[in-house]
Design a protein around this ligand. Structure first.
Ligand code: UDP
Length: 236
């Protein structure tokens, strides 16, 4: 028995790059192995990938670019992560579909939520790319929105180097303590920025739980799906 029937996994871009710019194939292969084990456990999986390992619009803006164009560059970066993940998943025998919010017919389906649900019901892993297709959004918000629209039970927010939600940034403050569970309201009031505020607000309003956890050690995604209490459970 698993704790969830259909999950939305958010992978930040940093995860794909292994801390560097670009895609690290060894790292992506490891992620694909984990997702394959979750799919084989009979859980329906949708994935939203970030793109911070390539471009972040806000950072390009600081260096003189127009924000809107910079955000579109950010969204195109995301798609490269999606294709890399698709490749390694299919090599493991997992059927996948990439759906993008910006049409690019040669490499992906357009984002069609009802079709995405159908794919998942057939056991295919659906990878949502190009963010929301709109500037000024983050992929955390996309994760919450896609999870709601495709009726996922939970958002699994997987982070690099952080294994849950802390009272302060554990990399800067050695007295920071980790929460086992937390409400969205608490997180918003305390200004805890593990996911962005828009994503939190969407989950809160629609009572969609979120588990924030680290990718280390390998196997954590399956552990969460099987109901093991790791990371931080954020709920309404
Ligand atoms: N982005 C956007 N609209 C979206 C999602 C993403 O404009 O709906 C752009 C934005 O510039 C962002 C970049 O794509 O900085 C990469 O996404 P994000 O920073 O969320 O990736 P992550 O931090 O998860 O790696």
């Amino acid at each position: 028995m698993t704790a969830y029937n259909r999950v939305l996994l958010k992978l930040s871009g940093e995860v794909f790059g292994g801390g560097k710019v670009g895609v690290d194939p060894d790292v992506v292969q490891g992620i694909a192995r984990e997702i394959a084990s979750v799919a084989r456990a009979g859980v329906q999986v949708a994935v939203v990938t970030g793109g911070g390992n390539f471009f972040r619009g806000a950072e390009l803006q600081q260096r003189g670019m127009d924000r809107v164009r910079a955000d579109y560059i950010g969204m195109l970066g995301i798609v490269m992560n999606c294709l890399a993940l698709q490749d390694f998943l299919e090599k493991l025998g997992v059927e996948t579909r990439v759906q993008t919010a910006i049409a690019m017919g040669q490499i992906a389906e357009p984002y069609i939520p009802r079709r995405a649900i159908r794919h998942m019901e057939k056991g295919r892993v659906v990878i949502f790319g190009a963010g929301m297709g709109m500037p000024f959004f983050s992929t955390d918000t996309v994760a919450a929105q896609r999870a709601l629209e495709t009726k996922c039970d939970v958002v699994l927010m997987s982070k690099n180097g952080v294994d849950g939600v802390y009272s302060a940034d554990p990399r800067l403050d050695p007295t920071a303590t980790k929460f086992d569970d937390l409400t969205f309201e608490d997180a918003l009031q305390r200004g805890l920025r593990v996911a962005d505020a828009t994503a939190f607000a969407l989950c809160q309003e629609n009572k969609l739980p979120m588990v924030v956890f680290g990718m280390e050690p390998e196997g954590n995604i399956l552990r969460v799906v099987q109901g093991e209490r790791i990371g931080t459970l954020v709920s309404a």
